[in-house]
Ligand binder design. Structure first.
Ligand SMILES: Nc1ncnc2c1ncn2[C@@H]1O[C@H](COP(=O)(O)OP(=O)(O)OP(=O)(O)O)[C@@H](O)[C@H]1O
Ligand SMILES: [Mg+2]
Length: 411
């Protein structure tokens, strides 16, 4: 045990109410469960000139007992790793500190639902163990940012996950165009995230080149902060950012479990809409991501195979994401010509209506693809733009504004 960790046991006994923490206890108090974490948090605390006794060795129950007898510190760091009921403990601490403490929680569970729930229960941040001194320092620094109006409530943007029922059905095209229309026409801050790290085309659709930042963010999502995100994202417009990759094909990728979902949650804090492209081969690993989405958009062609896989994907979405709205986009690409299914038959086979139909328009889409621009910008696409706008507005949770008159006339 490092010398600067005060033995917490003294605070648990009958004298608990009489124990005095150092003067800095009104600034920072930490409760950590193990020596390694205690040493790291102690180092950060010492570097900031806070007293050694600010870092206590104890679990969340110990923290709760202490909070009953000390004034709420400005920053409370608490290790939930040993807690049976981390959410309830966190909520109790938030309650006891009456909104006067910014609470940084640590834990060993890499679960996006827990992360979201902890934020909703009053945590400012959740760091996954093992932590580094840099991550702890960054989390503490974030709590010190001036709280603007409404800063106490965590504002979270919407999230939509796009999945192509089959290869080449236009999932990337529809996702990119929907994201663009939300950013451009609806003026919402939007990020398009392409989880196909090797073959993704989100950046390409805007004639951009991805950097390596996205893979780095996915490798250690709990360490992702604004700085890392700013480095990883590329700008595709005034309000549109892209997170994509073009990773080498001969190196295996290491994406930690739950990383995509955790990253999506962090992005929701910064954007009005997070549009995610999920390769359909990754759905089995992405149940938590799907479960957290507001919308799941299945893009399909009107083919027999498209019908079969749309049925399977909507069924999966119903199971793992019961609260998400599932939409079917029938994109009339070339592929359906091989085994065409009429719209009515497709809907009957699916057991539900098709929500959006995007007409076949090879001229507009190939012009846009070649220009590295969305259809609405590249010109043409008079028949496809209304459906894309309607879809974008639904994802953003707003009503689609009418097209400007000149767009209705000029294709
Ligand atoms: N409605 C449409 N009409 C004509 N062409 C289209 C339409 N939608 C998409 N396309 C074209 O179809 C091709 C495939 O689109 P896209 O890359 O978006 O498919 P995908 O489902 O993402 O494919 P992958 O499975 O490889 O990721 C592109 O060349 C695109 O321009
Ligand atoms: Mg694609």
């Amino acid at each position: 045990m490092t010398a600067h960790i005060a033995k917490f046991s003294t605070l648990l006994g009958p004298n608990a109410g009489k124990v005095q923490l150092a003067d800095e206890s009104d600034v920072f108090v930490a409760f950590v469960c193990d020596d390694v974490t205690a040493e790291i948090v102690g180092r950060v605390s010492a570097a900031r000139g806070w007293a050694a006794s600010a870092v206590q060795c104890g679990d969340s129950m110990a923290a709760i007992r202490t909070l009953a007898v000390i004034p709420p510190p400005k920053i409370l760091l608490v290790d939930l790793a040993g807690s049976q009921e981390p959410l309830a403990d966190l909520a109790a601490m938030a309650d006891m500190t009456k909104g006067q403490s910014r609470i940084v929680a640590l834990g060993a569970v890499n679960d996006m639902r827990l992360y979201r729930d902890l934020l909703a229960a009053g945590a400012s941040d959740y760091l996954l163990k093992p932590v580094t001194a840099e991550a702890v320092e960054a989390a503490i620094a974030r709590t010190e940012k001036p709280a603007g109006p409404g800063a106490e409530t965590v504002r979270s943007g919407r999230a939509a996950v796009f999945i192509g029922a089959r290869g080449g059905v236009g999932a990337s095209t529809v996702a990119a165009n929907a994201a663009w229309t939300v950013a451009h026409d609806l003026r919402r801050r939007t990020v398009l995230v392409d989880f196909d790290l090797q073959f993704g085309t989100a950046a390409l659709a805007f004639d951009l080149e991805p950097n390596g930042g996205f893979r780095e963010a996915l490798a250690t999502p709990e360490r992702v902060d604004d700085l890392l995100l700013d480095r990883a994202m590329i700008r595709a417009g005034e309000r549109l950012m892209i997170l994509g990759a073009e990773e080498s094909l001969d190196t295996p990728l290491t994406v930690t479990a739950g990383a995509a979902a955790l990253l999506m949650e962090k992005l929701r804090l910064r954007f009005d809409l997070v549009v995610v492209e999920l390769p359909r081969t990754s759905v089995a690993d992405a149940h938590d991501l799907l479960g957290a989405a507001n919308d799941i958009v299945v893009v399909t062609d009107l083919s027999l195979a498209g019908l079969r896989d749309s049925v399977r994907l909507t069924r999966l979405a119903g199971q793992v994401a019961p609260t998400a709205r599932v939409s079917i986009v029938a994109n009339r690409t070339m592929a359906e010509r091989k085994t065409p299914v009429a719209e009515g038959d497709f809907a009957r086979g699916l057991g539900r209506k098709i929500d959006y139909v995007i007409p076949f328009d090879p001229k507009a889409f190939s012009r846009a693809a070649n220009a590295g621009q969305p259809v609405a910008r590249a010109g043409g696409g008079k028949d496809v733009i209304p459906a894309l706008r309607k879809l974008g507005a639904a994802l953003a949770g707003v009503k689609a504004p009418p097209l400007p008159f000149w767009r209705r006339w000029l294709g």
